[in-house]
Design a protein around this ligand. Structure first.
Ligand code: PLP
Length: 415
């Protein structure tokens, strides 16, 4: 590990190119999105439900296409992934006094959405796939549990068969937070389509994007109408049902709809490119990674991965930290997924105000005990993560392979 040829020790970098920015769909914005936005502006129809021109809106067209891709009966476009989570919870009738189980590794929004609707987030461990551990759920279930939020982190499917088995046995709805895995699948079914409701983010960092945006999918027409009412205060004018209610506004605008409609058409090529690069990196580095005493994180369905990341597990956190630093020094940006001192809102240990049970109403929830997800931090601390972007060239993939080979090779020599 003190090999002078490594960049971390002053040697030349393995990755000499500037690798693509980590915005998969964002970096593929092109003439198609520009034309769609321009068309929207020319017609002056900026609102999905009406405007100077009649006919189907771009938001609605996106919903129809998204439902088809996901294989669900309904899709509702909204203005963020966080809003989508709140809407899914509200559709299920979740509120004060209720509990929502969330994994320890997820963007803070999964837990914040619960507090936003007035419910108590309850953290459960992740396993070595870095997604919700099906065996950790049961111990967190109480009479107050009203939903389990499964999060397909970094494009990796959670173990849906086992999770749905536990959820169904207890009669608890599952919300699939698919913000980081749009289009990925599990055993041939799209992520987000297997739970009671699925949610997605279309924020700029996600697989396809319109800057800000979100999506809710479900096969349940009753939940879909409730989601409509929570996201559009005027929806009751169209809905005739005994449990009508008014709530808030999280509608998607036509400008967002214009962009995301074009992005959706680019989904499959983006996924295909990520998956191809990921496979190359894995195949060409498997031996050296194993020789270093490391291995790939668990992949519940290797065929279904979105492919936007590659994650390895080291035997201990110190090795993971060193590998991440050494890879970054080589020009291949890497990080360990949990560093106690480095604040990161993707880990429950860094969810500040939620630990104290504080919301905009001051202290309004139970405090959280980090001991409840100690196993997650131990696993995340050993996890080494790199992004895999669709726009990598073959030469750049070669350079990444070289970086991985050099760095894990140095660990192998030491061990
Ligand atoms: C990004 C993200 C969200 C929130 O989406 P926004 O569109 O930023 O509100 C929720 N959950 C996960 C796992 C995310 O990665």
């Amino acid at each position: 590990m003190d090999d002078p040829r490594l960049a971390i020790n002053g040697g030349p970098k393995a990755v000499t190119d500037d690798l693509p920015e980590i915005y998969p769909g964002g970096m593929r914005i092109g003439e198609e999105e520009i034309a769609a936005v321009t068309d929207t502006l020319r017609t002056k129809r900026l609102f999905r439900f009406y405007g100077p021109v009649e006919g189907p809106s771009k938001v609605e067209a996106f919903e129809v296409a998204a439902a088809q891709v996901m294989g669900t009966k309904h899709a509702l476009a909204v203005n963020s992934g966080t809003a989508a989570l709140c809407i899914a919870m509200a559709a299920l009738g979740i509120g004060p006094g209720d509990e929502v189980i969330v994994p320890a590794f997820t963007w803070v929004s999964s837990a914040a959405a619960a507090t936003t609707v007035g419910a108590q987030p309850v953290v459960a461990d992740v396993d070595e796939s870095l997604t919700l551990d099906p065996t950790a759920i049961e111990a967190r279930i109480t009479d107050a549990t009203k939903a389990i939020v499964v999060v397909h982190m970094r494009g990796v499917p959670a173990d849906m068969d086992a999770i749905l088995e536990v959820a169904n046995r207890h009669g608890i709805p599952v919300i699939e937070d698919t913000a980081q895995a749009f289009g990925a699948s599990y055993k041939g079914r799209r992520l987000g389509s297997m739970g009671t409701l699925g949610t997605y983010s279309l924020q700029f960092n996600k697989i396809i994007t319109c800057g800000e945006g979100g999506l809710v999918v479900t096969n349940d027409t009753d939940l879909y109408e409730r989601a409509q009412m929570f996201h559009d205060v005027a929806a009751i004018e169209e809905l005739d049902r005994p449990d009508r209610f008014v709530a808030t506004v999280s509608r998607m605008s036509e400008l967002q709809g214009a962009v995301i409609g074009e992005q959706l058409k680019k989904l499959e090529p983006i996924l295909a490119d990520c998956r191809r690069h990921g496979r190359t990196i894995v195949e060409r580095t498997a031996d050296v990674v194993a020789a270093a005493g490391c291995r790939s994180a668990v992949e519940n369905d290797p065929e279904g991965l979105a492919g936007i990341s590659k994650i390895w597990l080291a035997p201990d956190a110190a090795t993971a930290q060193w590998v991440a630093e050494a890879l970054s020094a080589e020009g291949c940006e890497a990080r360990a997924l949990f560093t106690p001192s480095a604040s990161d809102l993707h880990d429950a240990s860094h969810w500040g105000p939620l630990h104290e049970g504080v919301s905009w109403r001051g202290k309004s929830f139970r405090e959280m005990d980090a001991a409840a997800w100690g196993r997650s931090d131990e696993i995340l601390g050993r996890a080494i993560h790199i992004d895999v972007m669709p726009d990598l060239t073959d030469a750049q993939v070669d350079q990444v392979v070289e970086a991985v080979t050099r760095v894990f090779g140095a660990v192998a020599e030491k061990s």
